[in-house]
Design a protein around this ligand. Structure first.
Ligand SMILES: [Zn+2]
Length: 127
């Protein structure tokens, strides 16, 4: 059933809402109303992507290897990841900038930044 939802950004958007029980539909409608509408969500993402690109524009990154589709996806993931990691661990950036395998960026997209940073640095000397 199509329902007009007023989003947190103030815009109205029509959504297909399906639920077995009325409470399910109401819960779904309520959840959607707490989110931004599609256009505002996309606009915020575009701004974030532009900020990430600017934050790493000075870095020399190796060209990615893989299928055309993998490379395009991995470019986005790499930009976002390096921009985020750079703030916390500038040393890790050098290591990440040399990873050319698009598949690696895709396979590790859900790995937390802290884990990536920990695995890129040599282990701390044992005191
Ligand atoms: Zn909006």
């Amino acid at each position: 059933m199509q329902r007009l939802i007023t989003h947190s950004c103030g815009h109205d958007q029509s959504h297909g809402i399906n639920g077995h029980f009325a409470a399910d539909s109401d819960r779904q409608a309520s959840r959607l109303s707490r989110q931004k509408c599609r256009s505002c969500y996309d606009a915020a993402n575009a701004v974030r992507a532009a900020e990430d690109s600017a934050a790493i524009a000075d870095l020399a990154l190796v060209p990615l290897t893989g299928s055309e589709k993998q490379v395009a996806w991995a470019e986005t993931l790499r930009t976002k990841r390096i921009a985020a990691v750079r703030k916390r661990s500038p040393k890790t950036v050098e290591c990440l900038a040399s990873i050319a395998d698009a598949k690696w960026w895709i396979d590790n997209r859900r790995v937390p930044d802290a884990t990536i940073i920990a695995s890129a640095l040599p282990p701390a000397p044992i005191a």
